[in-house]
Design a protein around this ligand. Structure first.
Ligand SMILES: [Zn+2]
Ligand SMILES: [Zn+2]
Length: 491
């Protein structure tokens, strides 16, 4: 028996809560008395374990939602599993421990029927589950702490090898596989760090992502994804991220008031969330590593979320095509590593689906005779972006143009030099987007009535801010217009 608080929560309801539990193969087994049976109904499903015996299953019932076979127990366990007779275990996403550290202090010495899988493996898996995703470096720290607890000697993270990590990851993956979970690994699109995460290999991942959420929150998450992958992911502007402001816009927070009869018939009525609720939820999603919040204030999906939602995103946002791979799609994959690109580069041909991660670029081009799109042969200049840089580089371009236009030559040069120090790579792209803007008919900046004022004196910081906001709006309008143009052209 392990002492400590553990809970199983689904859609915001506490299904089980206890101060004492058993741990078997990384699962928390809740004493029968700690489980609220009113949420559970028995099913016909059954599985057999050679040393624990036959497991019987429950579905979890929540309003309109039924989470099928999400819990199980052993009514007649074999000798070695007598300690968990009638104890209830839940799919890993519904259970959480409030004190993961105690795993490193668990009693030791019992023979493990599964050979090498021991408390240290359990501790590692639990740490991985608790964090949602870990980097290789974090994995080393976790293992060092576990080894330290095990051996009573200080083990330094630097002493933990990649092989150690690999073997613990493999053991954790084995333990998870009967439960339809797997461990996937990917490289972070920007930092290139190796990331590991536990992902659900069946069922609706959005439900998985939101099992501890209310129905309203789940609807909000869906609309947030729509904002990322539809509203702010167009042929001309593949941002695939939203600003804090955009995440709190009415069209995202406001509920439809309807029940989504098609896909989500099991869900309650969509009442929407308040701005405050949305902000809290965003913070929680960042904390649980479903979202990342960038320095410039953009929310985008984390590696964990991208791994978990990979096929779901394709189903939800890509069109089915009959014959071709030619049609522009909202979700696209890296030509080199075949993972989803939400930050990277795109082909200059806006109808082409070829994308590349910045981190994959060098190796990819090294293997090619020339820097041409492998599908449409357009020259690849690396100046067309995917991600928040689509917007931030435009803004940067405008800012430069403005300061240059203000006639304060010295200060413009100064800011230009400073920017170049900041990020050399961005430079060409900014000029590019600046040029594109200039050459656009209609909304030309120079024709604006305040163009005069801009050139005649320096602006106060507040004015700068105001103008930036105006420009952003302008830009958005422009993007929308472009989209419409595009749509017309496509027809
Ligand atoms: Zn890649
Ligand atoms: Zn192309």
């Amino acid at each position: 028996m392990t002492k400590g608080k553990a809970t199983a929560v689904a859609s915001g309801r506490t299904i089980a809560e206890t101060d004492e539990y058993e741990i078997v193969e990384g699962n928390i087994y809740f004493p029968p008395s700690s489980v609220n049976q009113s949420y559970l109904s028995k099913t016909d499903h059954s599985t057999h374990c050679p040393w624990k015996g036959d497991a019987a299953y429950y579905s979890i019932n929540l309003d309109k939602t039924e989470l099928k076979n999400a819990a199980w127990y052993y009514p007649e366990p074999k000798e070695k599993a007598k300690n968990i007779k009638d104890y209830v275990a839940f799919s890993l996403f519904f259970q959480s421990l409030h004190d993961a550290t105690q795993y490193t202090k668990m009693d030791r010495g019992s023979e493990d029927p599964h050979g090498n899988y021991d408390d240290s493996n359990r501790a590692f898996l639990q740490a991985l589950m608790g964090r949602g995703q870990i980097t290789l470096e974090e994995g080393k720290k976790i293992l060092a702490a576990i080894f330290t607890a095990q051996s009573n000697q200080d083990v330094n993270p630097a002493q933990v090898t990649k092989d150690d990590i690999d073997s613990y990851i493999a053991a954790a993956a084995d333990a998870l596989s009967p439960l339809d979970f797997e461990i996937r690994s990917t490289l972070h699109q920007q930092t290139k760090q190796r990331i590991y995460a536990v992902v659900n290999s069946i069922s609706d991942p959005l439900t998985q992502m939101a099992t501890t959420r209310t129905s309203e929150e789940m609807f909000y998450i869906k609309r947030l994804l729509d904002a990322m992958f539809e509203t702010h992911n167009t042929k001309k502007s593949e941002v695939m991220a939203v600003t804090g402001m955009q995440a709190l816009e009415k069209r995202v927070t406001k509920g439809s008031g309807r029940r989504d009869s098609e896909e989500n018939s099991q869900l309650a009525v969509d009442k929407g969330v308040t701005g405050e609720q949305a902000e809290k939820l965003l913070a929680a999603l960042v904390k649980e590593k479903w979202l990342e919040h960038s320095q410039k204030g953009y929310y985008k999906l984390s590696p964990r979320a991208l791994m978990e939602l990979r096929s779901w995103l394709v189903d939800a946002y890509n069109e089915e095509t009959d014959d071709g791979d030619d049609d522009w799609q909202r979700i696209k994959f890296c030509e080199a590593c075949k993972e989803i690109v939400t930050v990277g580069q795109r082909c200059a041909n806006s109808n082409c689906n070829v994308r590349l991660h910045n981190i994959c670029e060098t190796a990819f081009w090294n293997s090619k005779p020339s820097k041409q799109c492998p599908t449409c042969n357009t020259a690849w200049e690396g100046k067309h972006y995917v991600g928040e840089k689509v917007i931030t580089s435009k803004e940067e371009g405008l800012r430069r143009k403005r300061s240059a236009g203000a006639g304060a030559g010295a200060s413009a040069k100064r800011s230009r030099a400073a920017d170049e120090d900041e990020d050399e790579d961005e430079d060409e792209g900014q000029q590019d987007s600046g040029n594109r803007r200039r050459s656009r008919p209609g909304g030309d900046e120079d024709e604006q009535p305040n163009g005069q004022r801009r050139s005649s004196r320096r602006k106060t910081p507040e004015e700068e801010e105001d103008e930036e906001e105006e420009d952003e709006e302008e830009q958005e309008q422009e993007e929308e217009e472009e989209e419409e143009e595009d749509d017309e052209n496509d027809d």
